[in-house]
Design a protein around this ligand. Structure first.
Ligand SMILES: Cc1cc2nc3c(=O)[nH]c(=O)nc-3n(C[C@H](O)[C@H](O)[C@H](O)COP(=O)(O)OP(=O)(O)OC[C@H]3O[C@@H](n4cnc5c(N)ncnc54)[C@H](O)[C@@H]3O)c2cc1C
Length: 244
């Protein structure tokens, strides 16, 4: 039996109760079929657990990061896999902390009520992992759109998400500039983007983790989907994940 802290006992009990409906057989069957735990994610969303960190004014529970950790810990303690949906908690932080009031009003209530999924996080590329500043995907401003070209890899849950938080280079690196400058965060509406410049290819992994390669070929993203200011994306991505 795993040892967990006794903080958030009430939350832990409720999450454990929900997880009891999804026993080992449920997860083993999904593993065999390499399938996404759609039913489990829906139940977790409907019960409000994935909106735990979204402020109450946007329909969430407004809980601190430690409560989010308790929820995820309890899922894993029950034998389930929170990796199928945990990103909804951390990717949302970039939008919450750095998005405009209009962007927050447009997306957060729907993310909180489960009608919109923000589960995809496009940062890693085939030639840039921890060295994020070396990423090669570009977003060039043309009129009222950014035109995105490049590739991401290990973009988990892209097939099961409506939105993606994307980090791309908007300013080429020039002399004296740090690699982490000139990067910007764009919110990609994948429902519109698929087959309009966005291609998603699943990667077969040894564990059942819905991860993908994502290709951008002149994908046009409206300028209003820029989060915060141009060039500050590296900082936004880091601080978005640290919400307490
Ligand atoms: C299951 C899974 C899901 C993922 N999901 C996503 C996702 O949804 N979105 C996304 O963007 N990415 C995702 N990733 C990618 C993940 O974030 C990267 O694997 C991570 O950024 C590391 O990059 P890398 O694998 O290229 O390793 P590298 O950057 O090549 O690093 C390999 C090792 O070398 C070490 N290292 C690197 N540079 C140095 C140095 N200068 N000095 C000393 N040590 C160094 C690192 O600490 C690490 O231990 C996922 C990965 C996995 C495995």
């Amino acid at each position: 039996m795993l040892e967990t802290s006794d903080a958030y006992d009430d939350i832990r009990d409720a999450v454990a109760k929900l997880c009891a409906n999804y026993p080992g057989e449920y997860w083993r069957k999904l593993d065999k079929e390499m399938a996404y735990p759609e039913e489990f994610v829906k139940a977790l969303t409907q019960a409000g657990w994935l909106a735990a960190l979204i402020p109450e004014e946007y329909g969430g529970a407004g809980l601190p990061l430690s409560a989010g950790a308790a929820i995820l810990e309890e899922i894993h303690k029950s034998g389930g896999n929170a990796g199928a949906c945990h990103a909804q908690m951390y990717t949302m932080g970039t939008l919450l902390r750095h998005g405009s009031p209009e962007q927050k009003q447009k997306y957060l209530p729907e993310i909180a009520n489960g009608s919109l999924r923000l589960q995809a996080f496009g940062v890693t590329e085939p030639t840039s992992g921890t060295d994020t500043g070396a990423l090669k995907t570009t977003a060039k401003l043309e009129g009222d759109h950014y035109v995105v070209n490049g590739q991401k890899i290990w973009t988990s849950r892209a097939e099961h998400s409506d939105l993606m938080v994307l980090l791309a280079r908007t300013t080429p690196i020039s002399e004296g500039m740090k690699k982490t400058q000139g990067l910007s965060v764009l919110l990609v509406d994948m429902r519109e983007a698929k087959d309009n410049g966005l291609t998603i290819r699943p990667i077969r992994t040894m564990m059942n983790h819905a991860t993908t390669e994502v290709f951008f070929d002149n994908l046009r993203i409206p300028v209003e989907n820029l989060i915060g200011e141009e060039g500050k994306g590296f900082r936004y991505i880091l601080s978005g994940m640290n919400s307490e």
